[in-house]
Write a protein that binds this ligand. Structure first.
Ligand code: ZN
Ligand code: ZN
Length: 628
């Protein structure tokens, strides 16, 4: 409960000596103010109040500040406050609240200090309000001073104040202080425990969060959801699902927020079976299929490789907003259904729904996957011209991708040079991979150099650059690049692939030997390599370091994580079952051509989601048309 709602409950919060407490005029004005629908109404009412000379009535001034703040008109609220004679703690708090509401946290803290300076004693509401501001502003020192004042005023046992203190300390990473406040609270306060859990999880202190969680005797939906959400935000998707299963066993009903968190974990892991079950659950228990839940379901289906089901969910929704459309458009684009994605974009416009910057990322992606250059340009220009949306780095990235895909590399390079914001390594990386595919070493070299110089090169970039130098006989430069690479100035995110088998997610890293069935998996891999060789498969060894023996090179390729996931899928599912693999990085050329062949030999559909898009492998071909 906020200060404002409490304050309007009764007049008892105001000093008893206020004159003519129950004047009918005042009552009427306040109720008129509370019924205002927009700022214009408030302003004309305010003019009448001034005319009647009631501006200094503390009740009316309070209500004016409150409604102005609620209508996001903080300047107006400030003026009313400045005109008030001898503002009391309630007027101060109303404006502090207003500042917090409008995101002017520094102003809120400053006003609170002014109040204390004017020797007006803060009450619990004022303190709660300023602590909120301190939390948002990460103003630890100020927060500590307020904490001290609360202790002096004997207000420190107030539950709301304690919550806000915990939040502030938690946000600032002062866990000892947060823990101390928490320890002083009555045991079994599930809301306080949830605040503490969220504090820890925001900083990735998973074990500490679990410690608090385990001590909560009766966990409610919000507490469980905080735990699941924390795991999702820390990238621990499998553990998020585990906690969700425990929540089921504990018979606690999930709400919409829980569903969105769990669906997002499924999306990340590619856990289609579990996602389907969640969909069923949502229907069975009548969880509202609102924009957020619907959008999460659409994302889950499309990111787990079932774009048709995503479409069915979309079609079945009664109300759709821009987020719903965005989920669908980017899903279609990711699956290479460019025309459908653009059709969806047009449909959205016809419905009178305004696109936002995320919509344009989806549509431009669709243009890129479909090689639709002219349309892409048209949409890119219309973004600023018709919708006033300034392109962000992602939009530039889509355009570079689009131009790179069709081989207009010079144009893409010029496009980067003319960008209004500084290009990042992702943009350069997109152009670099286009240069590799189209065999343009000239631009490729200058891009690779930029990436090496700013320390954002991955191993592939170093290899490309040293190969270019080696091929043109610039041995010294080649050696320099190699040395720099060995120095460890190289960024490499570990490759990780996962596959869902029998409702369980199995994760594999590069050359992983942790899986209990590793022997069978590696046996399958060897067998597969033999068969592939007979089919004429030649690993393209130039992707790996030069100084390896040929056989070693092949072996290094052979254990990319997606290959392990693939082999596990092959040995643990019935023949002809579709395999769905999720990889956190881009699939390399070699794995791509290998999986194509495997789809032909085993007559399986293999769906691979990599960092950029979906690859639907079938009968020796891929839906991406070998450009990704
Ligand atoms: Zn690979
Ligand atoms: Zn592909």
């Amino acid at each position: 409960m906020s200060y404002s709602t409490v304050a309007v409950l009764g007049n008892s919060f105001f000093p008893a000596n206020s004159k003519s407490k129950n004047s009918p005029d005042r009552k009427e004005i306040i109720s008129l103010l509370q019924r205002c629908k927009h700022m214009n109404q408030i302003q004309s009412l305010h003019a009448k109040i001034i005319k009647k000379g009631q501006e200094n009535d503390p009740f009316i001034a309070f209500e004016l500040i409150r409604v102005c703040s609620n209508f996001n008109s903080i300047d107006h609220a400030s003026k009313i406050f400045q005109n008030a004679q001898n503002p009391n703690v309630y007027l101060y708090t109303a404006l502090i609240d207003g500042f917090v509401l409008s995101g002017s946290y520094v102003d809120a803290i400053r006003l609170y200090c002014q109040m204390v300076y004017e020797s007006i004693l803060p009450d619990a509401y004022a303190i709660t309000s300023v602590l909120k501001a301190c939390g948002f502003q990460l103003a630890l020192e100020e927060g500590k001073q307020v904490h001290g004042q609360a202790l002096k005023l004997r207000l420190s046992s107030n539950r709301l104040i304690r919550m806000k203190l915990m939040e502030l300390y938690g946000k600032c990473g002062e866990f000892e202080n947060a823990q101390q406040v928490y320890a002083e609270m009555p045991e079994g306060d599930v809301v306080a425990s949830t605040v503490m859990i969220t504090c820890y999880l925001n900083y990735g202190f998973i074990n500490e969060a679990i410690g608090v969680f385990n001590r909560v005797l009766v966990r409610d939906t919000v507490c469980w959801t905080a735990m699941i959400d924390g795991f999702v935000r820390n990238g621990e998707f499998n553990r998020a699902l585990e906690v969700f299963r425990e929540m089921q066993e504990d018979d606690v009903r999930p709400n919409e927020v829980t569903m969105v968190c769990v669906l997002s974990a499924c999306s990340q892991l590619g856990a289609l079976e579990l996602g389907r079950w969640l969909h069923f659950y949502i229907e069975k228990y009548g969880i509202k299929l609102n924009h957020v839940v619907g959008g999460a379901l659409i994302s889950m289906y499309s990111r787990c490789g079932d774009i048709d089901e995503a479409q069915r969910v979309f079609d079945g929704m009664k109300e759709r907003d821009v987020t719903t459309y965005n989920s669908m458009i980017s899903g279609l684009a990711m699956h290479g259904k460019s025309i459908e994605a653009i059709e969806m974009f047009r449909r959205m416009m016809k419905q009178g729904i305004s696109p936002n910057n995320i919509t344009f990322i989806g549509v431009l992606n669709a243009c890129s996957h479909g090689g639709l250059v002219e349309l892409g340009y048209e949409i890119y220009h219309s973004m600023t011209r018709d919708y006033g949306i300034e392109p962000q780095i992602e939009h530039y990235g889509c355009m570079v991708d689009l131009l790179g895909r069709v081989g207009r590399l010079e144009e893409a390079y010029n496009f980067i040079r003319e960008m209004k914001i500084a290009p990042d390594h992702i943009i350069y990386g997109a152009l670099l991979s286009a240069c590799k595919i189209h065999g343009n070493t000239e631009i490729g070299e200058s891009i690779a150099k930029i990436l090496v110089d700013c320390g954002r090169a991955d191993s592939g970039t170093y290899i490309l650059l040293s190969n270019v130098y080696a091929l043109s006989g610039r041995w010294k430069e080649a050696a320099k690049v190699r040395a720099k690479m060995e120095e460890g100035g190289m960024l490499k995110e570990p490759g990780c692939s996962s596959i869902e088998v029998n409702n369980e997610i199995h994760e594999f890293l590069l050359g992983d030997i942790r899986h209990p069935q590793r022997e069978v998996i590696y046996k399958k891999l060897k067998e597969l390599n033999r068969v592939l060789k007979l089919e004429g498969y030649l690993p393209s060894t130039e992707m790996v370091l030069h100084d390896m023996e040929d056989e070693q090179k092949e072996w290094a390729l052979a254990i990319h994580s997606e290959r392990l996931a693939l082999c596990y899928g092959l040995i643990s599912t019935a023949p002809y079952t579709t395999l769905r693999i999720v990889k956190n990085l881009r699939v390399c050329n070699d794995c791509h051509s290998m999986i194509k062949l495997v789809s032909k030999i085993t007559r399986r559909r293999i769906v691979v989601r990599d960092r950029n898009r979906f690859h639907h492998f079938e009968n020796g071909g891929c839906s991406c048309g070998d450009y990704w």
